[in-house]
Design a protein around this ligand. Structure first.
Ligand SMILES: [Zn+2]
Ligand SMILES: [Zn+2]
Length: 255
């Protein structure tokens, strides 16, 4: 059984409530920086709120062995947070090959070439796939295979680039997490680097056509911008009729 925990599901427009009444708890309308954890060991992104999210979720950072970065934007990569996770034992930090990183104590950097599969453990593999996002941030979507389960984590990026789409054909993902930065409206300048709900509605039928997802796949949106979405419960209702689930901070899935 795979445990997948959303530790943060926000885009970069963080709520001021995070330093107020939400300081010590998760709130579905005051999301923390985008971040997720698999089986308590494999951390996807490590932004400014990661230490708080781990504390609130009751997760021991000492259990984390590997951090895999989707890209270098501030809401996904924070040096202090990485050093916090690595403070008790060495960690490996996976990043796209051309990323320029500062020195970090206790951290071994593993540089990833797109489409190449890296073994994190005997039964855990990660592949970086090209992402349609700010090129200066060295973006990559992640295909993670854990004990035979397949997870796509597409933070951040709008649509799918051709090579990534082709690489996902017939994968029949168990979990597909898509960038859901923008809400249920059309006409937004972010289309070239983030998704909206109408864009995801268009993509999913094609994903089904080529076996990227099927009837068993859990499809989630994460990286939601509160300023571009309705409140969480309303977003859940808007999305569920199209088979799209809305992630929230602290949600753990068993796959
Ligand atoms: Zn972001
Ligand atoms: Zn970004």
């Amino acid at each position: 059984m795979i445990q997948f925990t959303f530790l943060g599901t926000c885009a970069a427009d963080f709520s001021p409530r995070l330093t107020g009444d939400c300081k010590n708890r998760f709130d579905r309308d005051a999301r923390r920086a985008s971040c997720a954890l698999i089986n308590g060991r494999y951390l996807l992104d490590c932004g400014p709120h990661c230490p708080d999210s781990l504390r609130i979720a009751g997760i021991d950072p000492g259990g984390i062995t590997d951090i895999i970065l989707t890209h270098l934007h501030d809401d996904h990569f924070n040096v202090k947070s990485v050093e916090y996770v690595a403070s008790r034992h060495p960690v490996r930090l996976y990043v796209r090959a051309d990323a320029v990183l500062p020195h970090m104590e206790n951290v071994t950097v593993v540089r990833m070439n797109c489409y190449e599969k890296y073994a994190l453990d005997e039964n855990v593999f990660v592949t970086g796939l090209p992402a349609n996002h700010d090129a200066r941030s060295c973006p990559q979507h992640l295909l993670i295979e854990v004990e035979g389960k397949k997870i796509f984590y597409g933070m951040d990026g709008g649509w799918l680039l051709n090579g990534t789409y082709a690489a996902l054909w017939h994968k029949n993902l168990d979990l597909c997490v898509l960038d859901g930065t923008c809400g249920d409206y059309t006409g937004d300048f972010r289309m070239g680097e983030h998704n909206s709900i109408p864009m995801i509605r268009l993509m999913l039928p094609s994903f089904r056509t080529v076996g990227i997802i099927d009837s068993h796949t859990l499809v989630y949106i994460s990286h939601l911008a509160p300023s571009l979405h309705k409140p969480h419960e309303e977003t859940v209702r808007i999305c569920e009729k199209d088979g799209i689930r809305t992630a929230f901070d602290g949600l753990t899935l068993s796959l």
